[in-house]
Design a protein around this ligand. Sequence first.
Ligand SMILES: *Cc1c(COP(=O)(O)O)cnc(C)c1O
Length: 374
Amino acid sequence: MNQKGLTEKEVLALLNNALQKDTSYEKVLSAMCTRPHPIAVKAHMQFIASNMGDFGLFTGTRELEEKVIRMMGGMLGDRNACGYITTGGTESNIQALRTARNLSKKRHPNVVVPDSAHFSFDKIANLLGIEIRKASLDSEFKVEMDSVNALIDDNTIALVGIAGSTEFGQVDPIGRLAEVALSNNLFLHVDAAFGGFVIPFLDKKYDFDFSIKGVTSITSDPHKMGLSTIPAGGLLFREKACLLPLEIDTPYLTIRAQHSLTGTRSGAAVAAAYAVMMHLGSEGYREIVGRCMKMTRRLVSGAEEFGVEPLIEPVMNIVALDVPDLDGVRKKLRQKGWSTSITRNPRAMRLIIMPHLSEEALELFISDLGECLR
Ligand SMILES: *Cc1c(COP(=O)(O)O)cnc(C)c1O
């Protein structure tokens, strides 16, 4: 550190230099995050000093958090669901399975997840000492129930279903997973980190939330399709009792106990999520999701004109394209400024049509893709 501080102008210039090196979202087709809604940014700045780790001092922000959780519960099939705003899908998944583990008291617990599960479950295996068993997928990348059943044994504590898989945007058969969970007395966690702010606003209906008996917890992230600021994840439980195994005493705070994984945590993220949800309402989200889906269909038809097919008909605004010479084509697209990503198995080009993408940018991408395929 310098002994003498720089002027504000000098510091801002340094920040600006750094920002120039960051990729702006215009040509990003690889990210599940997006530019936050302007009202979320305003709310974030207004609440920048509030700490939900000690919410006894920030009772106004705490009320906003309760309202956000109630709104999310309403979106996810149970207005009375409880939970809190986390730092994202990873923390929500960790906390959900930590609850399952702490309630089960098994010495060598295992959890059955679909092979399409996000890598946060590999962190969970390492952190929580839970064996993660990966069930195989069917030809449409949904978890195969026979495989799930075969992996369950006396040490299984929970099943995980994905509603909006990270790579394919696919929705697992949550209803069938719930039947198996209920008959084996298992926790069922639904990872809707991405899909939580998409599926409720699609024209087609999918059963994936608390309206299904047997679903015990859901991850849904405001900082992805919720258009909130980073870091905002959501963890919801059907039963208040599920928060208790996460509690620890906090003797030197204004509150008695804390159930979050992090200590100090952002009140700004809470205010931002509240602001954007209140401002958009379900009509606003439906419009945004509708636009992303329309553009997704346009991308698929554009790719099909070049003889490139999607691996599945997109369920949400995520497309996996079966592109020949994948690495070569992605490299050429990169030279034209496009960020794309891949699916692992099978390998394909993974594209996410987030709200930051303009119609013009999409048309440009389609024509650049055509050029790179030649
Ligand atoms: C993005 C994602 C996560 C992880 O969320 P973070 O906010 O990056 O921690 C977990 N599960 C699914 C299905 C996701 O798409």
